[in-house]
Structure formats: structure tokens, C-alpha cells
Design a binder for this molecule. Structure first.
Ligand code: AKB
Length: 324
């Protein structure tokens, strides 16, 4: 099958978003047209597409992979997230900054047609207005992950303006899914809570009960990537820093929603170092530029997402393949 985007490379293809993007892109374009790359091996159920063991800090390996597979479009998902970034800031700087720079340079030198580089709500900081946070506002994050995201957005915009590279990206909120587990983020609790509710009927949360954060279910996350990537470039006033959101809730509100399905579900709160990170992030986002420039509109709210997550995980538990 000839793919409109040319051949596609996904970095971070074993991760939470990368692995689901891999499935979706293989369904859309055929596995021969999608190259999965990660430092970790792919999951056993990954599509039968070419795989490259790739460390994104190695510029020459990225270029070699792009040339070898005649790649036209890159989805650059490889990153160290907020909580792991605070445990190892040097690694977060190197993977997030060098990785982004190397992908952008490869795109410039090899004339790629399009690149997707996600940013995050971690780009905001404690001085940013926290409610209905605008897209264009104060960006003074206090985490290493956050500051690499701000620098990555600015760098990507530089490549758009200076070199004419077509780079696009969204600021993702916490992403909830039932595929690969998230690794090392502050919003990971919002995924773990469903697995533990289904498996044990209780959960110990590392954020306090009233910590409100913006969130999104994986089908909406994939939809936002596809919608932004297929938007007409000349209609975009922004490129690499679109706020996108679907819902905002606290752990206590999520627990109450879970109790509508598992009535005796119990939750306790033991906030740890991730509480300070969450407290520096927005509670809700204004994503009107994404809605205006490429018609962004999410499908899932907390009730619809919870019903789907509990349904899928309960079935998997009964079949002995919860994977948690
Ligand atoms: C994290 O918690 O670090 C990520 C993010 C919001 O970017 N999920």
C-alpha cells in the first residue's frame, strides 16, 4: 500500500502513546509503511512492522534509520516524563533535548515532509494562571521535563520559521489508556487507579484527593494527533504548542466515578514528591486555538472513559490477561 504520508517513523514506539499510535498507523497505512523505533523492545502484541532499536540521543542512528527506510514523516514520542525526570534530570535533558534537536536536524537535512513532536501541560509552571490556562501565557516550569518541553516547543517553532520544516505538536494533559502503561509521569495515578480498582478493589494514590488536573482518554489523544497532522499548514497560526484537553478531575472525583461501577472501591491518599509537580500544573486548559485552527473536539468525558476502562479491564482480568 502506498501511504500518503510516505513511510512513517515512530520513536518511543514501546511507550504509552507510541505503542497505540503504532497500532493505529499500521491499521491506517499498513505495517510495511510504519517503522517502530525504541530503546526497549516492542510488546508481544505489536504489529508486524519493521523495528529499529534506536537511542534518540544518537543523531547518526536517526539519520541512518530515516534513510534506510525512506521515511517521510516522523512522530517523535521518545521522552523521559516528569517524575522520572526529577529522579534523573541529566538523563531527561539528554533524551528530551538531544532527541528533539536530532529529529529536527534530520528533518531539515533530509527534507522530511512532516514531524510531530508532543509537548505537555508540564510546560506551564506555578506562575501560570491555573484555571482555564490560555495557550499563550507564562511558561516558567520548575521540572526538568517541563523546561525541556518549553525549549522543545521553541526549537520546533524555530525550525518552522527559519528552515520551513513542517513541525506540529500539542501540549498533552494526562493521558489515560489500557494499552502500554505510562512510565514515570505525575499523571500515571489516573491510569493505575483503574487497574487496581478492577484487580484489588482499592488504590493508594500518590496525589491528594483534591488535586485537579487536565486529562484525556487515548482515543481522543490519537484523534488530536491525526487531526493536527492532517490540517492544512496554511490554516495554522500556531504549530508546536497547541493546548488540547478533554476533561479535568481530581482523584476523589475519579474514585466517585469508579464507585458507580465498583461500589465498594476504596481509595487512600499518600501524597509523595509528585504532589509538588502536580501543584505547579494547570487545573484546566483553554484549548480554543486548537478548536479554531484545526477543529479539535474531544469525544470522551470522565463518565464515558471510566465506563470503557472498567469494561475493558474487567474483561481482561476474567480472561487472565490484565497485564498488571
Ligand atoms: C507526566 O505526567 O509527566 C505526563 C505529562 C502530563 O506530560 N503524563
Amino acid at each position: 500500500m502506498i501511504c500518503k504520508e510516505g513511510r512513517i517513523l515512530i520513536t518511543g514506539a514501546s511507550g504509552q502513546i507510541g505503542s497505540e499510535l503504532l497500532h493505529a498507523l499500521c491499521r491506517k497505512h499498513g505495517p510495511d509503511n510504519v517503522i517502530a523505533a525504541d530503546i526497549q523492545p516492542l510488546a508481544a502484541n505489536a504489529p508486524a512492522c519493521p523495528f529499529e532499536s534506536l537511542d534518540v540521543t544518537q543523531a547518526e542512528r536517526i539519520e541512518e534509520t530515516i534513510k534506510k527506510h525512506r521515511v517521510e514523516t516522523v512522530y517523535h514520542l521518545a521522552a523521559i516524563l516528569s517524575a522520572n525526570g526529577e529522579k534523573n534530570p541529566q538523563l531527561a535533558w539528554s533524551v528530551n533535548m538531544d532527541g528533539t534537536y536530532n529529529v529536527l536536524e534530520a528533518a531539515r537535512k533530509l527534507g522530511l515532509s512532516r514531524v510531530f513532536i508532543p509537548s505537555s501541560i508540564a510546560a506551564f509552571g506555578p506562575e501560570t494562571p491555573r484555571v482555564f490556562t490560555p495557550q499563550d501565557t507564562i511558561l516558567k516550569p520548575k521540572t526538568m521535563y517541563g523546561l525541556t518541553k518549553v525549549a522543545g516547543e521553541l526549537l520546533a517553532d524555530y525550525y518552522v520559521n527559519r528552515f520551513g520544516v513542517d513541525v506540529r505538536g500539542c501540549r498533552f494533559p494526562g493521558i489515560i489508556s489500557h494499552g502500554a502503561l505510562p512510565g514515570g509521569g505525575t499523571t500515571d495515578y489516573a491510569v493505575a487507579i483503574y487497574y487496581e480498582a478492577v484487580k484489588y478493589g482499592r488504590y493508594s494514590c500518590f496525589l491528594g484527593p483534591d488535586t485537579r488536573l487536565p486529562m484525556m482518554y487515548m482515543p481522543d489523544c490519537l484523534k488530536s494527533i491525526f487531526d493536527l497532522m492532517s490540517a492544512d499548514f496554511k490554516n495554522l497560526r500556531h504549530h508546536c504548542d497547541f493546548n488540547v484537553t478533554a476533561m479535568s478531575f481530581t482523584p476523589a472525583e475519579q474514585a466517585a466515578e469508579i464507585r458507580r461501577h465498583i461500589s465498594d472501591f476504596e481509595i487512600v491518599y499518600r501524597p509523595d514528591f509528585r504532589q509538588a509537580i502536580a501543584d505547579s500544573w494547570p487545573q484546566s486548559l483553554d484549548d480554543s486555538p486548537a478548536r479554531a485552527e484545526w477543529n479539535w473536539k474531544p469525544d470522551y468525558d470522565l463518565a464515558a472513559m471510566t465506563a470503557d476502562m472498567i469494561g475493558v479491564l474487567t474483561k481482561r482480568l476474567a480472561e487472565g490477561r490484565l497485564g498488571y
